[in-house]
Write a protein that binds this ligand. Structure first.
Ligand code: PMP
Length: 326
């Protein structure tokens, strides 16, 4: 999970060695968390490495930034291009990608105006967030004593640095009590989400998930899982749900870029269904991985291929064209 396998990162328009990427300790973001970021995955495919839903992630980065008045001094296409080059330069077949844009050093006012915005992109190899076994066997979660902050307190649909202290304190508590992950309720007692994942439950072959009215981040993997489930012919209902609904579900799973599609096998020591990965969860998970690997044609438009040649950057070139050009 460390950074041992990466050499270069991108910072403020340049590729720099990992150890040389520095910023000043007086940076606003260090003190107040005034930055926004993304978590993106690049997968190995038969046409080379491909970034999953790159445009949706970059779009969310800019939307998050606009909530906090952070003006990113690059076009979206420039960051997309830099991501693909960074993957090539580091020689990754697959990796996790972390673009971050944050307020730099000027003063430490709570009314930051006309600040320098620092932008960086990191990429490194990172396996499954909740452990390799979790994808197959599922995870054990606990309802956190820490609630998810409500969208009237902070924009939950933004992925902003400081907001993650809520997740960190919840995970610390959950892992300290022997669980794999924390599940946070919203201020009204409805289920919000995992510390870094959205939640789905399945009852009588209908798939349920919540939305931003339950103070969640609108996950891109969530959106992909909804699309996949609908395409498989399942009914997907988006609504608020309570802990009772979860405990009564036949199957439960998490979605997230880092967690991918991970079954939830227990909530506070109570087994969900038969305590194993459910059949529908398995099907959605398999199709998700067929989409990320490029095997599933229907979802190839979700992949941005990291082409090999330096001058031939074409993030949206089709899978077929790439195969033909190899
Ligand atoms: N909720 C939270 C709080 C998260 O941090 C994440 C991970 N980005 C998600 C949900 C899932 O979002 P995505 O599928 O876009 O990674």
């Amino acid at each position: 999970m460390g950074f041992d396998n990466t050499k270069l990162l991108w910072m403020n328009g340049e590729f720099v060695e990992w150890d040389k990427a520095t910023f000043h300790v007086s940076a606003h973001a260090l003190h107040y968390g005034s930055g926004v970021f993304e978590g993106i995955r690049c997968y190995e495919t038969s046409a080379g490495p491909a970034v999953f839903r790159l445009d949706a992630h970059i779009q969310r980065l800019y939307t998050s930034a606009s909530f906090y008045g952070i003006e990113i001094p690059y076009a979206q296409s420039e960051l997309e291009k830099a991501i693909c080059r960074l993957i090539r330069l580091n020689g990754f077949k697959d990796c996790y990608i972390r673009p971050i844009c944050f307020l730099g050093s000027q003063n430490l006012s709570l009314n930051p105006r006309n600040f320098p915005v620092e932008a960086a992109i990191l990429a490194w190899s990172w396996g499954s967030l909740l452990g390799a076994e979790s994808i197959e066997k599922g995870v054990r979660v606990t309802v956190s004593p820490y609630q998810k902050f409500h969208s009237s307190m902070m924009p939950t649909t933004a992925k902003a640095c400081g907001q993650y202290l809520n997740s960190i304190i919840a995970v610390r508590d959950a892992v300290g009590r022997g669980f794999d992950e924390a599940l946070l309720l919203d201020k009204d007692g409805f289920i919000a989400e995992g510390a870094g994942e959205n939640l789905f439950l399945i009852k009588d072959e209908t798939i349920f998930t919540n939305d931003e009215t339950s103070s969640i981040l609108l996950g891109i993997t969530r959106d992909s899982a909804i699309q996949i489930a609908k395409d498989m012919g399942y009914k997907v209902e988006v609504n608020k749900f309570r802990l009772e609904d979860l405990l009564d579900a036949d199957e439960v799973f998490f979605t997230g870029t880092a967690a991918e599609v991970t079954p939830v096998r227990e909530v506070d020591d109570k087994a969900i269904g038969n305590g194993k990965c459910g059949a529908i969860t398995k099907k959605i998970q398999q199709t998700f991985f067929a989409a990320t690997s490029g095997e599933e044609k229907r979802y190839q438009h979700w992949l941005s291929f990291v082409t090999r040649k330096e001058n031939d950057f074409t993030p949206h070139l089709s899978f077929q064209t790439l195969i033909e050009n190899r």
